[in-house]
Design a protein around this ligand. Structure first.
Ligand SMILES: [Zn+2]
Length: 182
């Protein structure tokens, strides 16, 4: 199966990783890194949500829809703003299709039967995160061209990734200092 090396798995939550499947999401030229059904299947597998039935085009559309439904809710929470009622309503509509978890005899959570079921689990996780005590830990990356949302567990994380945006920031600061010295 194809993989996309630019997909991110370090935001701290599956639903935030879903938002991060759009690269440069807040810049002038966003890149959809969940560009095919195969990439969606691979991504779900990597998240431990590989469905029993293979995803199809409708599931890819559902994943993109859920992603853009959750984005304004996450951004509003990170900024301490009230959520858009239409987005809350949209999320409720997805949650209404949620099905109960089933356990295997070995007490692991049974695989979702379909990609749609996997996506509703992600919606449930987002709802619990956004409506729970951990909502206040949502942050956006300090690099304004990035703006990626993540769960700031330590309360000290500035960057979505120290290796990506942290390094870029240091390089830029160094360049600015060098330019000022000329
Ligand atoms: Zn970043």
């Amino acid at each position: 199966m194809p993989t996309n090396p630019d997909l991110r798995y370090d935001t701290g939550a599956t639903w935030l990783d879903l938002l991060a499947t759009v690269g440069s999401a807040y810049g002038p030229a966003p890149v959809d890194r969940l560009g095919s059904v195969e990439l969606l299947a691979r991504w779900l597998e990597r998240q431990g949500l590989a469905p029993t039935a293979a995803p199809d085009d409708d599931d890819l559309a559902r994943a993109r829809e859920l992603r853009e439904l959750l984005r304004p809710l996450g951004l509003a929470a990170a900024a301490g703003r009230a959520p858009d009622p239409a987005a809350v309503e949209g999320l409720n509509a997805v949650l209404a299709r949620d099905t109960p978890l089933q356990l295997t005899p070995a007490l692991s959570v049974a695989a979702p039967p379909t990609a749609e079921a996997a996506l509703t689990r992600i919606a449930r996780q987002a709802a619990e995160h956004l409506a729970g005590p951990t909502a206040g830990r949502l942050r956006t990356c300090d690099d304004h061209d990035c703006g990626m949302l993540f769960d700031d567990v330590t309360g000290r994380r500035r960057w979505c990734s120290a290796a990506v945006c942290g390094v870029r920031h240091r390089v830029r600061a160094h360049r600015d200092r060098a330019a000022a010295g000329d």
